[in-house]
Design a protein around this ligand. Structure first.
Ligand code: IMP
Ligand code: MG
Length: 171
């Protein structure tokens, strides 16, 4: 991909993700198992690196959401791929790649809460805080970033660039 500048190198990402995993393990001490829900597709990369660094027992689940139109979050979100398991009474950790307007995460948290889990926490790698339109509580944040379009490490530009090993931005 052309004109991609480096925002976070592989080593910087891994260092921060290790810190997040340690914090998550500490908070879940005494919890038997955590259901990690990775939000397809972007969060796959972050999820794999995060759970490999965690010591807490996890069950891995994936979900896919999609907004009705275009690339901009419209707030009209649908579940494209649902859970395969019953989460009632379970401890849930949502793993998402980025929180932007907050609409996707707000929808997902409310959707999952309606299934009566014991707890729901959220880990996001990137937070475009200045873009927030709806309030959502996030428990673990990797990096707070400026309002730039990022590509790589799961982040795509028209589905391309997800496999770039670092997080870059388009100037
Ligand atoms: P939200 O509902 O506005 O918080 O949207 C979050 C979704 O927007 C993410 O799951 C991404 O798919 C997408 N997104 C937001 N910013 C970026 C970016 O800089 N690069 C790639 N995807 C992005
Ligand atoms: Mg996404």
């Amino acid at each position: 991909m052309e004109n991609l500048k480096v925002m976070y190198k592989e080593e910087e990402l891994q260092k921060r993700i290790r810190e997040m995993a340690e914090e998550i393990d500490k908070d879940y001490a005494g919890t038997k198992e955590v259901i990690v829900i990775s939000v397809l597709k972007g969060a796959v990369f972050f999820t794999v690196d995060l759970v490999k660094k965690m010591k807490t027992d996890i069950i891995l689940e994936v979900m896919q959401l999609s907004s009705y139109s275009g690339t901009e979050s419209t707030g009209n979100i649908i579940v494209k791929k649902d859970l395969d398991c019953n989460i009632e009474g379970k401890d849930i950790l949502i793993v998402e790649d980025i929180i932007d307007t907050g609409r996707t995460l707000k929808y997902l948290k409310e959707y999952l809460a309606s299934k009566n889990p014991n707890t729901i926490k959220v880990a996001v790698l990137m937070d475009k805080a200045e873009r927030r339109e709806v309030k959502v509580d996030v428990d673990y944040t990797g990096f707070v970033i400026p309002n730039k379009f990022i590509v790589g490490y799961g982040f795509d530009y028209d589905e391309k660039g997800r496999n770039i090993p670092y997080v870059g931005y388009i100037e």
